[in-house]
Design a protein around this ligand. Structure first.
Ligand code: NAD
Length: 498
């Protein structure tokens, strides 16, 4: 059986804690590897390596740091197919979807290639007599990223690419369910010329996470995962004064206005609701048709599409989606479908009975569709994270706008309409962090920032884009005077610009 250790000091090292976790192949249900779970001492070793290497990396000029990132981009492109296959076999998503996971991460590494420009400070000449002011951005030191199972390439790259380009050393604690790609990415960074110790991967569970949280040398933490853990990490990191941003779960609504192009809306709902088996933080899990006629038209088109979804193995290029990540994930989603039925929602399509021929032990689940879901139901309030779409019927636009705005989660939302006024009003008023207009998964591109509101995001600043440079650097402001003849004596009041 393959065993996966940690990546510390520029190479893979064996775990020494004696604890491991199974890494499954979701399409067969087999255990394909054992991943080491780090102890506090192993986390400490990684942090010490990072701390020792960081000052020299920070002193490396930004153009050279950018060149490492450029080379890394080239190497990931070289290994695209290999990485996508590892990812699909550990996560369960299909190979084409795995390629998208890698690509969206890589775009942030491409963004980080602009670090010489992105890190520039500000300068004001002559702010007072003989006085110039300038600001500079300096790296924080050792920073960490704790990432979820559902984007094992994209989210680690969203974290470590800007952080490292800014001159920090990085500790990545990826999900223990699919550690293969994060380990491979660390190797590629070394091949690209990154000095040993600047990117370390510590595999593990709560013990490793708590060790990172309590380590005084870790100055910032970027977390992505479920809301209860996001909140826990945010609170614990704040107690020790770490900079922290924690992105959590989601319940993304898609509003379908009566004037929407219904075929386009249905295509969007099918792709965004069931792609990756619904295991995306930007998956659409609630559809809100406005008015009875719209709802009836939508259901008429949606039901046959959900019934005819093609579920396949992770390596079947014709599959719409593959297996879920674990058996527990399948059981959890099924239990939500049971709850929805008990709560009185109409189960228009039931995916619970789906069996994948020849892969009976794999973690498969058919697509399910609920109609007549209401605000008080648990299947509406809670994140299901599976191939289940809930239809909540709204009587008018105002009721539709209020649904995502009043929901606890506030990650993404979309509106389907042909009316510019409605779209503009919706984008301005909806209480959610990322908005799509006729776009079902409005994940902003790398040079904008990504972040949800309310229970979908704790802490300051968003991920990637300009905010990532702000998050991974601290600003120092220098006020300097070269008097050359200016003499104003001792000043006892606070200096002001007269
Ligand atoms: P998770 O919260 O179970 O795990 C995330 C990370 O936290 C992992 O590295 C895991 O090892 C660690 N962890 C788990 N339990 C812990 C504990 N008790 N103490 C300390 N650390 C712990 O999330 P997941 O199941 O891996 O990922 C799916 C979740 O992530 C969904 O809720 C999804 O919406 C969310 N997500 C959010 C975004 C976003 O940007 N908002 C993006 C992707 C995924």
């Amino acid at each position: 059986m393959r065993s996966i250790g940690h990546f510390i000091g520029g190479k893979e090292v064996k775990g020494t804690s004696g604890r491991t976790a199974d890494v499954f192949e979701p399409m067969t249900g087999d255990v394909q590897a054992k991943v080491a779970l780090a102890s506090k001492a192993e986390v400490r070793a990684a942090v010490e390596n990072a701390r020792a290497a960081q000052p020299e990396w920070a002193a490396t000029n930004p153009q050279r740091r950018a060149r490492v990132m450029m080379k890394f981009v080239e190497l990931v492109q070289r290994d695209y197919d290999k990485l996508a296959e590892i990812l699909a076999r550990e996560h369960g998503k299909t190979v084409p979807d795995a390629k998208g996971d890698i690509q969206r991460g890589l775009e942030v590494a491409e963004f980080a290639c602009g670090i010489p420009h992105l890190m520039k400070g500000e300068y004001t000449e002559g702010a007072g007599p003989g006085i110039d002011i300038y600001s500079m951005r300096q790296p924080l030191g050792v920073v960490a990223g704790i990432t979820p199972f559902n984007f094992p390439a994209m989210i680690p790259m969203w974290k470590f690419a800007p952080a490292i380009a800014c001159g920090n050393a990085f500790i990545l604690k990826p999900s223990e369910r699919d550690p293969g790609v994060p380990m491979a990415l660390a190797e590629l960074m070394i091949e690209a010329g990154l000095p040993a110790g600047i990117l370390n991967v510590v595999n593990g569970d709560k013990e490793a996470v708590d060790a990172i949280l309590d380590d005084p040398d870790v100055k910032a933490i970027g977390f992505v995962g479920s809301t209860p853990i996001a909140q826990y990490i945010y609170e614990r990191a704040a107690q020790t004064g770490k900079r922290c941003q924690c992105f959590g779960g989601a319940k993304n609504h898609a509003i379908i206005m009566p004037d929407a192009d219904m075929d386009q809306a249905v295509d969007a709902l099918i792709g965004a609701g069931y792609g990756s088996a619904g295991e995306r933080c930007m998956a659409v899990s609630v559809a809100v048709p406005v008015g009875k006629t719209t709802a009836d038209r939508l259901m008429e088109k949606l039901i046959p599409r959900v019934e005819s979804l093609k579920i396949g193995t992770s390596v079947d290029p014709s599959a719409d989606y593959g297996p879920l990540v674990t058996r527990e994930a399948v059981e959890k989603v099924k239990s939500y479908i049971d709850i929805g039925v008990k709560e009185g929602a109409t189960l228009a399509v039931d995916g619970r009975g789906f069996k994948m021929q020849g892969y009976e032990n794999g973690f498969y689940l058919g697509g399910s569709l609920f109609d007549n879901v209401t605000k008080d139901m648990r299947i509406y309030k809670e994140e299901i994270f599976g191939p289940v779409l809930s239809v909540v019927r709204a009587k008018d636009y105002h009721e539709a706008l209020a649904l995502p705005s009043d929901h606890d989660y506030g990650n993404g939302v979309a509106i389907f309409t042909r009316d510019g006024d409605t779209a503009r009003d919706f984008a301005a008023k909806v209480n959610v962090g990322m908005v799509g207009v006729n776009v079902p998964i409005p994940v902003p591109i790398a040079y904008y920032t990504f972040g949800g509101w309310k229970k979908s995001g704790f802490g300051d600043l968003n991920q990637h884009g300009p905010d990532s440079v702000r998050f991974y650097t601290k600003t120092k402001t220098v006020t300097s005077r070269w008097p050359s003849g200016v003499k104003d004596g001792a000043e006892f009041s606070i200096p002001t610009m007269k």
